[in-house]
Design a protein around this ligand. Structure first.
Ligand code: GRF
Length: 221
């Protein structure tokens, strides 16, 4: 059996991605152990999910720190004291400073509800709908000092319908987030991820080379 990787999950809100990670661990599909869930928001519903599953939590309220660096230092301390090997940002709404990336180099993952590098930042489902893209999706990537810019591990592509609203699209994207995040963490736990500059290779992974998606679907061509 594989050794379980110790993860620390950073949250700010609902924590549905956290829930998916918990469910995949409890279902024996994800070889990880949640050492700590850390929230910057004392009111985050994600913390209640942890109580139900007896997962240790910490609240580091950013409002109580004079600077981003001081806040980050406290977060790093808590994660390190919990023996975290991989930091998993799951709906964590704070931008981290360079000290954080030095403390966990290429050991921080983030999930973003768009097909990066399109639509980084916030309100991205709304932006995708307004732009009229035919596909959007979600991306798990290693976090670096930019906003949503680090090397991409896995993406899911979701067709966008002209009648979609930000909410209908967000709901379909979220479903796929709940699948690709546990998968990315599992690749990492299995030691299969190799990073070459911006490129991430999953060793011994299946390849997707010969198919294309069309939206609307092709009729004759
Ligand atoms: C998700 O779309 C995630 O990608 C984004 O925040 C949303 C909420 O996530 N960063 P969760 O329900 O708190 O996991």
């Amino acid at each position: 059996m594989l050794r379980k990787i110790g993860i620390g999950v950073l949250v700010s809100g609902s924590g549905s991605n956290l829930q998916s990670i918990i469910d995949h661990i409890e279902g024996g599909k994800l070889d990880a152990e949640i050492r700590i869930v850390l929230s910057n928001n004392p009111e985050a519903y994600a913390l209640e999910r942890c109580t139900k599953h007896r997962i240790p939590t910490a609240v580091v309220d950013h409002c109580r720190f004079a600077s981003r660096e001081e806040f980050d230092r406290r977060v790093i301390e808590v994660l390190a004291a919990s023996g975290v090997e991989l930091v998993v940002m799951a709906g964590f709404m704070r931008v981290l400073s360079s000290e954080f990336f030095r403390a966990f180099p290429m050991k921080i993952m983030n999930i973003h509800p768009a097909l990066l590098p399109s639509f980084p930042g916030i309100h991205v489902q709304q932006k995708a709908v307004e732009y009229g893209v035919k596909f959007s999706g979600c991306t798990v990537h290693f976090a670096d000092e930019g906003v949503d810019t680090g090397p991409i591990i896995i993406q899911a592509v979701i067709p966008v319908d002209p009648d979609d609203t930000a909410d209908t699209l967000a709901a379909r994207i979220l479903k796929e987030e709940h699948r690709i995040y546990p998968q990315a963490i599992q690749y990492y736990a299995e030691g299969r991820i190799e990073i070459e500059g911006r490129k991430v290779r999953v060793r011994d992974g299946r390849r997707m080379m010969e198919s294309a998606l069309h939206n609307p679907p092709l009729t004759r061509f």
